[in-house]
Design a binder for this molecule. Structure first.
Ligand code: SAM
Length: 278
C-alpha cells in the first residue's frame, strides 16, 4: 500500500473515536517513519514498507481504543517546546499557556527572580518559563516520582536547568519563599464525569481529580501560599471554568490581594491570580 492509501484506511478506522482522524493518522505515520508530516504530502505514492505498516497498524488499533496520540508518540508540544510525555504525566493542554503568559508578564526580562511550579508533571510550565527567562531560578515539585523523571529528562534534553523536588505541594519547601508561584493542580471533582471520559481515561487520576468538588488542592495551595511568597509575590492557578468565584474566595481567605480571574481564549474562567502584600 502507498502512504496515502495507508492514511486513508487509518483515517476511516479512527472516524468513530477521534475528532481529527486524518491528523491523528498523519502524526502516527510520520512518527513510525521518523519523518515530518510534510513528507507524507510530498511522497504520497511511496510504498509503506511492511515493518512500518505493521507498526502503524498497531498504533492505529491502540488509538482506536481511545489512547491519546501523545501517549502513542511519547511527545506533546507546549509553548513550542517538544516535551516527552508518558502515562505518568498529564498531557499539557494549550489553555495552560495562559498561565505561562501571565507568569511571564510578572517576571521582568533579565531580572533574577524565583519561581515555584506546583505539580509540574512533564515540567511543561516550569520549562516554558525557564525557556523565556534564563535568569529566573525555577523550582518545580510533584508528588509523583515517575512524573519527575519525565520532567528531568525534558529539562536535560532541552538544556533548560530547573530544580526538581518530590514534594506533597509545599511539604519539602519549609522556609523557602518565591517571587511567583504557579500551579495547574488537579481540579475535577470526584463525582464529575470528565476524568473518566475521552483521553482523560488514560491520564493519571491523581493529576486530574481532587476532593471537595475539585477544590481541595486549590484550597491547600492558596491557604499556604503566604508562607512561601516573598512580599509583593504572586500566586497564579489554573482551574475549572466554574471555579472562578470559589478560587477568588479561597485567595481572599488566604489574605491575598489584587485577586482577579482571567478567561481563556474560549472566554471561560480559567486562571485566578492574587498578590501577597503583608
Ligand atoms: C493537572 S496536572 C498538571 C501537570 C503540569 N503542570 C501541566 O500543566 O501539564 C497536576 C499535577 O499535580 C501533581 N500532584 C497531584 N497531587 C499532588 C500533591 N499532593 N503534591 C504535588 N503534586 C501533586 C500530579 O502528579 C500532576 O503532575
Amino acid at each position: 500500500m502507498t502512504l496515502e492509501e495507508s492514511l486513508r484506511q487509518a483515517s476511516a478506522r479512527l472516524q468513530a473515536v477521534s475528532d481529527s482522524p486524518r491528523l491523528d493518522a498523519e502524526v502516527l505515520l510520520a512518527h513510525v517513519l521518523g519523518v515530518e508530516r510534510t513528507y507524507l504530502y510530498t511522497w504520497p505514492e511511496r510504498p509503506l514498507p511492511a515493518a512500518a505498516a505493521q507498526r502503524f497498524r498497531g498504533l492505529i488499533e491502540r488509538r482506536a481504543t481511545g489512547v491519546p496520540v501523545a501517549y502513542l508518540t511519547g511527545r506533546q508540544e507546549f509553548w513550542s517546546l517538544p516535551l516527552e510525555v508518558t502515562p505518568a504525566t498529564l498531557i499539557p493542554r494549550p489553555e495552560t499557556e495562559l498561565l505561562v503568559e501571565q507568569a511571564l508578564a510578572r517576571l521582568p526580562a533579565g531580572g533574577s527572580r524565583t519561581v515555584l511550579d506546583l505539580g509540574t508533571g512533564s515540567g511543561a510550565i516550569a520549562l516554558a518559563i525557564a525557556s523565556e527567562r534564563p535568569m529566573v531560578r525555577v523550582c518545580a515539585v510533584d508528588i509523583s516520582p515517575e512524573a519527575l523523571q519525565v520532567a528531568a529528562r525534558n529539562s536535560k534534553r532541552l538544556g533548560l536547568a530547573i530544580e526538581l523536588l518530590e514534594s506533597d505541594w509545599y511539604a519539602a519547601l519549609a522556609g523557602r519563599r518565591f517571587d511567583l508561584i504557579v500551579a495547574n493542580p488537579p481540579y475535577i471533582g470526584p463525582e464529575e464525569p470528565e476524568a473518566s471520559q475521552g483521553g482523560c481515561r488514560f491520564e493519571p487520576r491523581s493529576a486530574l481529580v481532587a476532593a471537595d468538588a475539585g477544590l481541595a488542592a486549590l484550597r491547600h495551595i492558596a491557604q499556604h501560599a503566604p508562607a512561601h511568597l516573598e512580599p509583593g509575590g504572586w500566586l497564579l492557578v489554573e482551574h475549572g471554568y466554574r471555579q472562578g468565584p470559589a478560587c477568588r474566595a479561597l485567595f481572599a481567605a488566604a489574605g491575598l490581594t489584587a485577586v482577579e480571574t482571567l478567561p481563556d481564549l474560549q472566554g471561560h474562567d480559567r486562571l485566578t491570580l492574587g498578590r501577597y502584600q503583608p
